[in-house]
Ligand binder design. Sequence first.
Ligand SMILES: O=C(O)CCC(=O)C(=O)O
Ligand SMILES: [Fe+2]
Length: 238
Amino acid sequence: MTCDTTLSQLDAAELLPDDLPERLLPAFSRIEPFALLLNDLQTKGWSIQDDFFSQAFTEKLMEEAQSIRNATMLQAGIGRKQDHQVALDARRDYIQWIDPVTPTRKTFLDEMEALRVVLNRQFFLGLFDYEAHFARYEKGAFYEKHLDAFKGKSNRVLSTVLYLNDDWQDGDGGELVVYDEHNPDVEIGRFFPKKGRLAVFLSENFYHEVKVAKRTRHSIAGWFRVNNTTAKTLDPDQ
Ligand SMILES: O=C(O)CCC(=O)C(=O)O
Ligand SMILES: [Fe+2]
């Protein structure tokens, strides 16, 4: 045990399933953020972990995010497909959905798939798939306080946001603000969108917000979903 190992880290490490798929581990920078994530989700329903992926891999994701031209991104909206509305008073980010079209994007989706399997095994969540998009908030962009899913109306269960930005400083704005699940007027955390940081929270439970960014801000927002397909309606896509 090193002297900076905390009791909570040790407790969390014990939560890891013995038969964690071997290929999962190298993708993550260290065992701690992964163990702590599982522990937080179990006890609080949300978690913020730094250095979740290796730095080299996070940098590759940032290169991809930065290389996307605004012209090929979508003005993000509220609602999905046919209900999609661009609501500029609510949010101002640009997005591009992630498909496995480059090795880096494929690796990211594969790793989140591996995480999905572990989350299901650990928590019996019945997560069926994962969708994610790059997001770019230019200077002045924000996303007002919202829930990612409304009870019974959505198949989004767990939200994830991976931040990709170097040297985020006080005054750069763009913080993620998380609100209390029992009292959404109460702020419970405020986090810089700094490179390698992963936020995960229950989509139906936690109101959250992105403060106005004072410089360009890149991230990958994603959702683990359950399958709500019934005989009559097809599970809605993105
Ligand atoms: O980028 C963030 O910090 C949060 C983004 C978000 O809330 C969303 O895309 O639904
Ligand atoms: Fe959100």
